[in-house]
Design a protein around this ligand. Structure first.
Ligand SMILES: Cc1cc2nc3c(=O)[nH]c(=O)nc-3n(C[C@H](O)[C@H](O)[C@H](O)COP(=O)(O)OP(=O)(O)OC[C@H]3O[C@@H](n4cnc5c(N)ncnc54)[C@H](O)[C@@H]3O)c2cc1C
Length: 388
């Protein structure tokens, strides 16, 4: 078969969610990935509560091999901030097992898996050309081929803005105690953080932040690994992540972009799995609606409208991230984070999907006067002493 309603390029969370949703709606779907599954993908494998809810809704199943975590420890710039117990849960997995389960679900739903690479799309004829020379025709194309999206490049000339993109380094270390807390270190990279995720069978450790502010991310990673007694033997890998580099027009013509290809990574947490799942499903729903109406050219507008809540959240997160990452705010942030259990709890509730960014922002604004007071209070007498 070479004729499809939808061709999906990439079978990560976004592509697998799109292919599963479209195939279950009765559409003819091809799912193209350059890898044979199971394949691994560089990622912390942290699945937030909101990502888990999306997974269950889309696939109607539980993800495989999840470790449930409710203990967290936070540090910033070498200082201990807080140990949190009994927080809303976050889950740990490996992308090897998670992505394999999603790919299998898409195939079981009826999507045709093809191992190949995207090479080009002729919109006039609906022809997708793959690297092997094979051609497929479709009414709509979904690009879910990650941050270096070849589909995005074909549409816009480049897949991301190098001034805004994030970059992360990661390694796998031996497992530690299964109940060890998830550890986050703000400032382990500039405008970013470090993570130490204990899981069954492995410990994933990484640092990530805005690339343009971290010309020497390897040194930041080495410093971070030193904290855990891990030396030069560690195998370190790197990958870009669209840390706040949202594509406001998520496609063009009959092409829809989702997941990392559309820049849908949270600019504070670096979380991308949940938005990839949601956006993939939204792209497929918009495609179904447009195809049922016999107007494939309307799919992009329908998809963009569905994406609005995610775009709004990412915009808000981008506006408030300076509170966490800016050097000017460092002292204030450390004091506020140590002093206010409410803010820490709200942030964990956001990750769990219990509140959204507009709610978090309004709670933050309500508390801002007391944060400022807490942060500036000890500094005021010193200033008075030095002023003329
Ligand atoms: C170091 C690091 C740690 C991270 N940790 C977390 C975390 O703990 N939690 C979290 O939620 N997010 C995390 N993220 C972000 C998360 O990994 C991504 O946001 C998520 O994988 C995006 O899903 P996706 O489906 O858009 O793309 P991907 O998961 O990257 O999948 C894209 C797929 O497209 C295929 N592909 C690429 N190019 C082509 C081509 N030309 N032709 C055919 N196929 C192609 C690839 O083989 C791949 O299978 C992390 C990212 C990094 C870099």
């Amino acid at each position: 078969m070479t004729e499809f309603d939808i061709v999906v390029i990439g079978s990560g969370p976004a592509g697998a969610a799109a292919a599963t949703t479209a195939a279950r709606a009765g559409l003819r779907v091809a799912l193209v990935d350059r890898h044979v599954f199971p394949r691994d993908k560089l990622c912390g494998g942290g699945v937030t509560g909101r990502a888990l809810t999306a997974y269950r809704e889309i696939f109607g199943a539980e993800p495989p091999e999840l470790d449930r975590k409710t203990r967290f420890t936070f540090h910033a710039h070498g200082q201990h901030l807080a140990d949190l117990e009994d927080m809303p849960a976050m889950y740990m997995t490996t992308r090897l097992s998670l992505d394999n389960a999603m790919h299998a679900a898409a195939c079981a739903a009826g999507a045709l898996p093809l191992q190949d690479r995207f090479a080009g799309f002729d919109e006039a004829t609906g022809t997708v050309t793959l690297k092997s020379g094979r051609t497929l025709t479709c009414r709509l194309l979904i690009g879910a081929d990650s941050v270096k999206s070849a589909v995005g490049r074909a549409l816009f000339g480049r897949s991301f803005d190098p001034g805004r993109i994030g970059f992360a380094l990661e390694t796998e270390a031996p497992p530690i105690a299964p109940d060890a807390p998830v550890r986050i270190d703000f400032g382990a990279a500039d405008w970013g953080y470090g993570w130490h995720f204990p899981k069954s069978g492995t410990t994933t450790i990484g640092v990530g932040g805005i690339q343009s502010r971290n010309p020497d991310m390897s040194t930041a990673m080495r410093r971070y690994l030193d904290l855990f007694g891990i030396g030069a033997e560690a195998k370190i890998k790197g990958h870009h992540l669209p840390f706040g580099d949202v594509r406001r027009r998520p496609g063009r013509g009959r092409v829809l972009l989702c997941g990392d290809a559309a820049g849908l990574v949270d600019p504070i947490t670096g979380e991308g799995i949940g938005h990839a799942l949601r956006s993939g499903a939204m792209a497929a729903e918009a495609a179904r609606e447009a195809l049922e109406a016999g107007r494939p050219e309307t799919a992009l507008a329908l998809y963009t409208a569905r994406l609005r809540p995610i775009h709004r959240d990412l915009r808000l997160a981008r506006r408030i991230r300076w509170l966490l990452f800016s050097p000017v705010m460092r002292r204030l942030f450390i004091r506020a984070f140590r002093g206010t259990g409410g803010l820490r709890h709200d942030y964990m509730r956001l990750l769990a999907g219990e509140i959204d960014y507009p709610q978090l922002t309004s709670r933050l604004l309500r508390r801002l006067p007391s944060f400022l007071w807490r942060g500036l209070k000890p500094a005021l007498p010193q200033r008075r002493k030095t002023s003329p």
